[in-house]
Design a protein around this ligand. Structure first.
Ligand SMILES: Nc1ncnc2c1ncn2[C@@H]1O[C@H](COP(=O)(O)OP(=O)(O)OP(=O)(O)O)[C@@H](O)[C@H]1O
Length: 436
């Protein structure tokens, strides 16, 4: 029994396109959520109406996991309306995704781009499969016609409908989309073919990644000129050269240079990506072999994490080793300097021993700026005892001494400052000897 409008309950309006309004509906008998597209056919000729009906019937034969499933059509003659009932794609469409990414300054991942490319190609392959010797072309491949299910898998929509609605009919005149994806052969008024769908797929993939179509212009003739030239910028650098290359191949002005669906799918990189994609799909199911695979994946991940951590440790060890080496080197330099200082000090002592007078003693006073009278006294010490221990004994409470200008064989001079300074004493600019 054919379905009737009463079999469904409208839940909400999803949106309105060029040809009609899309509504979310519930099938009463089992509660299944679907959508229908309401289109008014009043302005169509009888031939167009027939064509529309036969196309919708054709859609029912297109069964593919990446094509929006068409369930039924209901014709309401009193209102001259046709309702096309289809699978509900809760992930929305790619046009909405592109707009959201543009707004939020985000972009899709490389993996997601490959997924969309592969799944849309598979959907096109199913459509391009010749029926009675004639390929079914999409003719309106664009982000707004590529939907996503709840797991972000592709569901190609509006298939075949575009074929009818874009024909040279009065109805087709209502099409108001901007033809950014028009291929050079269409710009040159040549016929649409399978490779025109490939061109559109390349343009769509480009826009999905770059968030802007490959060819843009403010008017149709400028756009046509750019399309004929076929020059467009590289994809943003975050995308691989391989992805850029495959999209570039699809957007080639020369039709024969564009790859067919078959050659896209035969590309080794596409095959590798496809295998990975199919593995992922399998691992999301819940049978035991999937669980085993999931476990193996987890072990592999853990192994990779361990390897990465070991590499980090190795790097840290190397860093520590080189730090140790540099500390050892610095210590060695310091030792040598100390040795040199001690030997200079020895030379000074030796020179002082050589002198036979009382000049061997160096008189030291506390600096004037120490106000405590008890501290303001002269201190005498022998250069032989000129080391930290003795100075501390001789000058309690302070490390400051002032060498007197005596007949000592140890006159204050810059070199002495350097020698003593290094050996543990500082002599400041006003002849203050500071014990460190
Ligand atoms: N099967 C579907 N599942 C979920 N949402 C859908 C489905 N088909 C269409 N939509 C949504 O309904 C709205 C209207 O879609 P429709 O296809 O009528 O027009 P359009 O694609 O936005 O524009 P145009 O008709 O110019 O291509 C869009 O927001 C679209 O994403």
């Amino acid at each position: 029994m054919p379905a009737s409008l009463d079999d469904f309950q409208v839940i909400s309006t999803i949106g309105t396109g060029s040809y009609g309004t899309c509504k979310k509906i519930c099938r009463k008998k089992d509660g299944k959520i679907l959508v229908w597209k309401e289109m008014e056919y009043g302005s169509m000729t009888e031939a167009e109406k027939q064509m529309l009906v036969s196309e919708v019937n054709l859609l029912r034969e297109l069964h593919h996991q990446h094509i929006v499933k068409y369930y039924d059509r209901i014709i309401d003659r009193t209102k001259a309306m046709i309702y096309i009932i289809m699978e509900y794609c809760e992930g929305g469409d790619l046009a909405t995704l592109i707009a959201a990414n543009k707004k939020n300054g985000e972009s899709i991942t490389e993996d997601f781009a490959w997924k969309i490319l592969i799944q849309t190609t598979l959907a096109l392959k199913e459509c391009h499969r010749r029926k009675n010797g004639q390929a079914v072309l999409h003719r309106d491949l664009k982000p707004a016609n590529v939907f996503l299910d709840k797991d972000s898998n592709v569901k190609l929509g509006d298939f075949g409908l575009a074929r009818v609605l874009h024909s040279e009919s009065s109805f087709a005149q209502t099409y108001v989309g901007t033809p950014y994806y028009m291929s050079p052969e269409l710009v040159n008024n040549l016929s649409y073919n399978e490779k025109s769908d490939i061109w559109a797929l390349g343009c769509m993939m480009y826009e999905l990644c770059a968030l802007s179509p490959p060819f843009t212009a403010s008017n149709q003739s400028e756009l046509n000129r750019k399309i004929r030239l076929g020059d467009f910028p590289r994809l943003p650098l975050k995308y691989s050269i391989e992805l850029d290359m495959i999209i570039r191949k699809m957007i080639q002005v020369e039709v024969s240079q564009r790859p067919s669906i078959g050659s896209i799918l035969a590309d080794p990189l596409v095959q590798k990506r496809r295998e990975a994609l199919e593995c992922n799909v399998v691992s999301t199911r819940t049978n035991s072999s999937d669980n085993e695979k999931h476990d193996l994946d987890n072990i592999e991940k853990l192994r990779n994490n361990l390897i990465a951590k070991m590499r980090q440790l190795e790097l840290k060890e190397k860093e520590l080793e080189s730090r140790e080496k540099s500390v050892a080197l610095r210590e060695k330099i310091a030792e040598e300097k100390l040795k040199r200082a001690m030997s200079l000090l020895d030379q000074v002592r030796h020179r002082d021993d050589y002198s036979t007078t009382s000049q061997t003693a160096v008189k030291v006073t506390l600096p004037d700026n120490l106000s405590d009278a008890s501290l303001k006294r002269q201190v005498t010490f022998h250069p032989q005892l000129f080391d930290k221990e003795n100075l501390r004994q001789k000058i309690p409470h302070t490390g400051l001494v002032k060498p007197l200008q005596t007949k000592s064989a140890l006159p204050y001079n810059k070199s002495l400052e350097n020698q003593l300074g290094f050996a543990g004493y500082n002599i400041t600019h006003n002849n203050l000897l500071h014990v460190r």
